[in-house]
Design a protein around this ligand. Structure first.
Ligand code: GLU
Length: 166
């Protein structure tokens, strides 16, 4: 069982996201990550292991600064416990976190010819690729089309690169 959070507001987003994920730690997880709308677009930091690893990584690499963001603690179901498989996942203009299982992800990879563009082994990244495929400027339309193709259980929190207000 993972944790999934989103934030839009006046506070420093990275701290809010990490604090929210900390409250969900009791659910169990194997990796953690956040993505934040920063000055230079969407910045993602993610790592396998505990939230402390994520905080340590941000201390070294820099903490994304912004007021809109998403966060995730992962309980791996598809793909090993690796930095690359940790969420958020980015495809084109879409960055997302996912809780659950997309049962038909293999069929979708074949139907939409996605194999070459995927960076992870997760079912979740397939949802990101599909959203990016359908995204033509209207988030709701893309979400509606994508969700109609997904089978399984899923909650998604999504950032679109050109929708900086969340
Ligand atoms: N199925 C996804 C994965 O393996 C999400 C798992 C979760 O709910 O944390 O990355």
């Amino acid at each position: 069982m993972c944790g999934i959070v989103g934030y839009v507001g006046p506070k420093d987003c990275s701290d809010v996201l990490v604090s929210a994920l900390t409250k969900l730690e009791y659910r169990g997880y194997d990796s953690a990550g956040i993505a934040v709308f920063g000055k230079n677009g969407i910045e993602t930091v993610k790592t396998k292991g505990k939230l402390k690893n994520l905080v340590d990584k941000m201390a070294v690499e820099g903490k994304p600064e912004g007021h809109v963001g998403i966060g995730h603690t992962r309980w791996a179901t598809h793909g090993g416990v690796t930095d690359q498989n940790a969420h958020p996942h980015q495809q084109g203009k879409v960055t997302l976190v996912h809780n659950g299982i997309i049962e038909n992800y293999r069929e979708l990879i074949a139907d939409y010819d996605l194999q070459e563009i995927l960076h992870s082994e997760t079912d979740s990244e397939v949802a990101a690729a599909l959203l990016n495929h359908y995204y033509k400027g209207d988030p709701k339309e893309a979400i509606k089309k994508t969700v109609s193709k997904l089978k399984g259980t899923f909650e998604l929190v999504i950032l679109f690169e050109d929708q900086p207000d969340g």
